[in-house]
Design a protein around this ligand. Sequence first.
Ligand code: ADP
Ligand code: MG
Length: 632
Amino acid sequence: MEEKHIHEHHHHHEEEEGQGRLTKILAATVLLIGAVIIEKYTDWATWQYLLLFLVPYLVVGWDTLKEAAEGLLHGEALSEDFLMSVATLGALGIGFMPGAETQFPEAVFVMLFFQLGEWFEEKAEGNSRKSIAHLMDIRPDAAHVERDGNLVTVKPEEVTPGEVIVIQPGEKVPMDGVVLDGHSSLDTVALTGESMPRSVHEGDEILSGCVNKSGVLRVRTTKVFGESTAAKILDLVENAAENKSRSESFITRFAKVYTPIVVVLAVLVAIVPSLITGEWATWIYRGLLFLVVSCPCALVISVPLTFFGGLGGASKKGILIKGSNLMDRLSKLQTVVFDKTGTLTEGVFEVTAVHPQELDQQELLHLAAHVERHSTHPIAMALLNAYPDEKDSCTVADIQETAGQGIIGTINGRKVAVGNSKLMETVGAAWRPCHHEGTIIHVAVDGVYAGHVVISDRIKADAAPALAELKATGVQRTVMLTGDQESVAAAVAKQLGVDEFHAGLLPAQKVEQVERLLSAGTLAFVGDGINDAPVLTRADVGIAMGALGSDAAIEAADVVLMDDKPSKIAAAVRIARRTIAIAKENIAFAIGIKVLVLLLAVLGLATMWMAVFADVGVTVLAVLNAMRALRA
Ligand code: ADP
Ligand code: MG
């Protein structure tokens, strides 16, 4: 919290500074115009004109001179401020050399433009920060809590889990919880980029950051504010920009080499030809042009801003990319590996048949429901829904879940195993195959086969187009991995047109498959976050679906798709490519213009005006170009 305050304060301070800068720029412009007019109608000595132009120069440049001097004391000789100070002081002084023309207005103008560029940069960064903050407008301001029969309004941070809050229509949901009374529709657009409102009723879970549209809701909170969805997502977005991209750090390294080289060249240009030709004034002037051009501002400012914009544009579409370093990898995806359940399919199963062997149908479902109450797997939900009143006097103990196999527990002293054929083999039950279409969940009691339940899942409407789109963006191979049985996997794979699928895999075998596929190029793994954290970490890009509610996914993944739509992967690839393309355009443009002006300077064809354009003009254009990345 402390840190946030400092942060905000800092921004506030920056804004004031920007105002002051603009006032100085305007004042200096007026003074410069005045000085130019006076120069035109008078016939003074050079030193008198120097004094005249020093007025606007110092008005606009004093801060730069001061920073340059301070930088020098700290051993940072090659700061932008220093380069600009030397270049402009040189331009002011050159008029006193024999045979040289005065450059007073030019010197003031360079400084003026430099300040204008700085002001512009602050504005642009502030704007993109603001627009990201706006699109991530999910930070709740207050919560109304029921305490001792009264409704008190407190900060969301002050509510403890288990307290009951009331959410009025039009308000943001301050923290995650479960609806006690009321029904309403929730606007999730800020969280997911999806404009379809979601209706909630008594008993439904609701997530912070949504906006309550219609009815009054009483909600029992389940998490503290800091652990709630809104706070986690804000944290993620705020930290994302700090994970630097490879080309971003490349720019910083490049600037470190580029600046000294140009400075050395400037000195050489000023001295070497002068020693030969004796034309000191001409060559010192050209050296000064080098210094003006040498500022790497256009690159150092615009490239990070481009990535920042790209991250913002993506989050507007419900795609959270955890760092600009992932943009590189996303843009080069070759292989996309999908988990099946919950990723390509809805993950919402329904029981379609019950085939008991020993017990009756109800008893089979009853036992299964008791153990599955302790699982979060989508299959568990289906079995619970099929036997709703499982809460009775049965004693349940020793619950043990095995990822990719199923779950075992002791009910009234009998060991009940619920899962796939692998689990049946582990407990030594003689399971039977089933001719029904769907996922077969077997049940064994004390190692004796008791029958099976057939459940089926639906393929997401969005899945087939998503795979086609990925192919269209240049992804070479799509693979589906699943712990489900071969027949179900084959049907899904065929319907979706994935290139390759592997069924019956345990979580560790999924990791093996991913490792094998990693050699074929940049690989993304897409999962729903339920038991696939190891694979998410192993892939070049781990993409988690439906992060709303799944904490494990938010933590393990590199990219989080806020709605459950696989088609957002292709969108993420496109955004990454566009962002990188814009960054490259800026690099090429800035370096191109600078090299051109440097060449013209050596040939004696460049003026101070051109040098200013090559520095500040290019920065402004690059920043404008960078802002395009925000509009996905
Ligand atoms: P997927 O790879 O399709 O996401 P999982 O690895 O989550 O599948 O699970 C693989 C298989 O393990 C499931 O198809 C099911 O047969 C079995 N299984 C896993 N968890 C459970 C559970 N809680 N109850 C019953 N069966 C389970
Ligand atoms: Mg799964």
